[in-house]
Ligand binder design. Structure first.
Ligand code: C5P
Length: 215
């Protein structure tokens, strides 16, 4: 955080609701928002498109340094295969170093920023003014993703999605470099039995309290 910038860090596992929450918060406060998962996805997509291997750290690191934050398109990058590939290359320190540097530069934009991901409060922006850890049980997260896919009129297999959520959690929480975990000073928002709207209200009260303390 710089004197002019107010940074909000939002971490949590896939499908916990952190994306929606981050967008609502950014809109409410007029802050810039970066979904850092898209930076890992863009790197993975560039490798896949070029037919490059997903297990060569030097190559993946070079591609990560070329990722443009301005051109990240959620619709193009949201594909399941891209998410899987992203979580594989996200274990590589060279990839993380390149993307974290770009994310840190983004985080200093005035008047404020909201970054969501897995390691924002712990690694990317440890000095963030407010940190949230948004989570929900694997069953609830798999159910949300299942209903989202059905809602788009596409067939979905709940058991396969549930296994996928658990596998992604294992990879994100178990890796050596920047594993997914709450920062010591993060506010926990468990959306298993809380709507996103209720989580947003809770987050707003916390942010407002910090903003008025800093005023
Ligand atoms: O959040 P999303 O599903 O788009 O992220 C894709 C993958 O990118 C995650 O499974 C995770 O492995 C990786 N990621 C990460 N650190 C972040 C954001 C995403 O390792 N800050």
């Amino acid at each position: 955080m710089t004197n002019e910038t107010f940074t909000i860090a939002i971490d949590g596992p896939a499908a916990a609701g952190k994306g929606t929450l981050s967008r609502l918060i950014a809109e409410r406060y007029g802050f810039h928002h970066l979904d850092t998962g898209l930076t890992y996805r863009a790197t993975a997509k560039a490798l896949l498109d070029a037919g490059l291997p997903l297990n060569d750290e030097a190559v993946a690191g070079k591609i990560a340094r070329e990722v443009e934050l301005a051109g990240l398109d959620r619709d193009i990058l949201s594909k399941h295969e891209i998410g899987e590939a992203a979580s594989k290359i996200a274990v590589m320190p060279a990839v993380r170093r390149a993307l974290v540097e770009a994310q840190r530069r983004f985080s200093t934009k005035a008047p404020g920023t909201v970054l969501d991901g897995r390691d924002i409060g712990t690694v990317v922006c440890p000095e963030a003014a407010v940190k949230f850890y948004v989570t929900a049980s694997p069953e609830v997260r798999a159910r949300r993703r299942y209903e989202e896919i059905l809602g788009k009129g596409t067939a979905a297999d709940f058991d396969a999605i549930f296994e996928d959520v658990k596998r992604r959690d294992e990879r994100d929480m178990g890796r050596a470099d920047s594993p997914l975990k709450p920062a010591d000073d993060a506010h926990l928002l468990d959306t298993s039995e809380m709507s996103i709207e209720a989580a947003f209200q809770a987050a707003q009260s916390i942010i407002d309290a910090v903003l008025s303390r800093n005023a």
